[in-house]
Design a protein around this ligand. Structure first.
Ligand code: FAD
Ligand code: SIN
Length: 533
């Protein structure tokens, strides 16, 4: 058993930014960061395009960035939160640069600015096409210099501890549910440990792995959202799953797909269908740089019309020098699969990319559970509404990590540890005999979600999905109750919960808005509301 004032779950941009701030504020206190894999294996590391932030006040303004975010969010953004993120963003980026992150510059020393779908101006700062890798590197280096932060790797947080674990009945109606820490499966010892904390921050990232093809790495299994749902906390807007329009198509693809950043279209890349037509002109005046929901749906529709498994991204008009200067990683990846972008078009297809909904927070990152803060992709702060504007998520994570820190350091003095928490009870379980029971259920889940709860939905598909998820849940619960737990089983259980929340949110929303498109209700309803589960 361990005790820590500040416990952080997740070592991506959200968790590390918060950990650094808290640790610098209280150099005498220990900050414990737990992560289920290697420290840098995060969605953050794979971010390509960059950070949307207002920089160039001659050509851009906070008002334009706010307006672009609200338009993409299709009526569901919280305007106050949008203003907070856009206006506080530049200070947070400056801090990251002070900690050592490098962004590309022009010869005159100004930052190079990229453009992505839905942005009215060039405002995306980047480090070539590996921005996330650079940010994660800078953060981990800064953490290594901060002696009061400990990162514990390969430890899987199973559940947050609340009054429920002390034998009290906790329901959605229980007022003042409190978080006292977490139970963790230590993959190094295979034991479940108890960590008590005064304040816990969940920064567990996304849930792309609930779909068959995703740009997310294998860690993105929605654990934080599932934990809070089990603990009876509030979850909202889960139906808004963003499909990135342009993942690299590879025959038989499944699991993590390689992303072709939207910045390629920002620099002039053109989407073409099987017939070679630049089809986006038919779908939206903003053509290839329309918001992501529109581009992904247009691609889906072209693929269905032609029967092709992908469309093309045409970059043949770029010079090699121009392309390689901004996108060296994409250039190399394409070459490695036989595509020379100066001669061949790139086959691309949409893939699950980002969860716009998640654990509901207020504007200080406080969840509905006391002493549990949440930030990063697993949070639903109100910024994204029904569709996230490209490159707004790294910015949101930094702004909200700062806000969580501001509140956390002020309340910690008044809090104490709860020493009455029991140890994890693992009695009556045995090793799983057949791993196939877990791996097969995962495949089934991903198929159901991709086939019935993808870019285009309808009521029959959603009902089918729900019935299949019920069965998968029942079978997985039996395994969970009767065998000893493993990482794979815990992730499957969480993914089924996340799938269920997506389907439930989608079934409740009797309209089409932003990323949620239901052919039974093709227009927006007059009632603008978040769906809270
Ligand atoms: P992550 O970076 O995913 O970190 C999650 C952490 O939580 C990991 O350390 C993980 O191990 C840990 N964790 C999870 N569950 C558990 C558990 N049960 N126990 C212990 N630890 C756990 N956004 C932009 O703004 N700009 C971009 O250019 C951009 N490009 C992207 C490109 C790709 C390919 C992808 C996948 C995403 C991109 N995004 C981009 C989105 C952005 O990268 C993510 O939303 C953001 O990095 C999420 O950060 P995070 O800190 O919330 O989570
Ligand atoms: C991209 O680079 O296209 C991804 C940007 C994002 O998801 O915000």
């Amino acid at each position: 058993m361990q005790k820590t004032d500040f416990l952080v779950i997740g070592s991506g941009i959200a968790g590390l930014t918060y950990a650094l701030k808290v640790a610098r504020y209280y150099p005498e206190k220990k900050v414990l960061v737990m992560t289920k894999a290697a420290a840098d294996e995060t969605n953050t590391k794979y971010a390509q395009g960059g950070v949307a932030v207002v920089n160039d006040l001659e050509n851009d303004s906070f008002e334009k960035h706010i307006e672009d975010t609200l338009i993409a969010g299709d009526g569901l953004c919280n305007r106050n939160v949008v203003e907070i993120v856009v206006k506080e963003g530049p200070d947070r980026v400056r801090e990251l640069i002070e900690w050592g992150a490098r962004f590309d510059k022009e010869q005159d020393g100004d930052y190079k600015l990229g453009k992505e779908g839905g942005h009215s101006e060039f405002r995306i700062i980047h480090h070539k096409d590996i921005t996330g890798w650079e940010m994660e590197r800078a953060l981990l280096d800064a953490v290594a210099r901060q002696s009061n932060i400990t990162i514990v790797k390969h430890c899987f947080v199973i559940d947050i501890i609340t009054q429920h674990h002390m034998g009290y009945l906790v329901t959605k109606a229980t007022p003042d549910i409190e978080c006292y820490g977490v139970y963790v499966l230590n993959s190094n010892t295979t034991q479940v440990e108890k960590i008590l904390a005064k304040i816990t921050l969940l920064a567990t990232g996304g849930n792309g792995q609930v779909y068959r093809t995703t740009t997310n790495p294998s860690i993105a299994t929605g654990d934080g959202i599932a934990m809070v749902y089990r603990a009876k906390g509030r979850i909202e807007n889960m139906e808004f799953i963003q499909f990135h329009p342009t993942a690299l198509y590879e025959p038989g693809m499944k699991g993590q797909a390689f992303l072709i950043t939207e910045a390629v279209r920002g620099d002039g890349g053109i989407l073409r269908n099987k017939e070679g037509e630049a089809f986006m002109e038919r779908y939206d005046d903003r053509k290839d740089l329309a918001p992501r929901d529109i581009v992904a749906r247009a691609i889906d529709s072209e693929m269905k019309r032609t029967g092709n498994e992908h469309v093309w991204l045409d970059c043949r008009h770029f010079t090699k020098e121009k392309f390689v200067e901004h996108f060296p990683n994409i250039y190399e990846k394409c070459l490695s699969v036989g595509i020379d972008i100066t001669r061949n078009m790139i086959p691309v297809t949409p893939a699950a990319h980002y969860s716009c909904g998640g654990i509901k927070t207020d504007e200080w990152g406080r969840s509905s559970i006391k002493h549990l803060f949440v930030c990063g992709e697993c949070a639903s702060t109100g910024l994204h509404g029904a569709n996230r504007l490209a490159s707004n998520s790294l910015l949101e994570a930094m702004v909200f990590a700062h806000r969580c820190y501001t509140d956390a350091v002020n309340i910690v003095h008044a809090l104490s540890f709860n020493d009455a928490i029991p140890d994890w009870n693992a009695k009556g379980t045995s090793e799983p005999k057949e791993m196939i029971l877990i791996t097969q259920s995962l495949k089934e889940l991903q198929l159901v979600m991709s086939d019935y709860v993808g870019i285009v939905r309808n009521d029959v598909r959603l009902q089918r999905a729900l019935r299949r998820l019920d069965l998968l849940w029942e079978e997985t619960e039996q395994l969970y109750q009767n065998t000893s737990i493993s990482l794979q089983l815990l992730e499957l259980r969480n993914l089924i919960s996340v799938g269920y929340l997506i389907v439930k949110g989608a079934a409740f929303r009797k309209e089409s808005r932003g990323l949620h498109y239901n052919t039974d209700y093709p227009s927006k309803s007059a009632m603008v509301q978040n769906i809270v589960l």
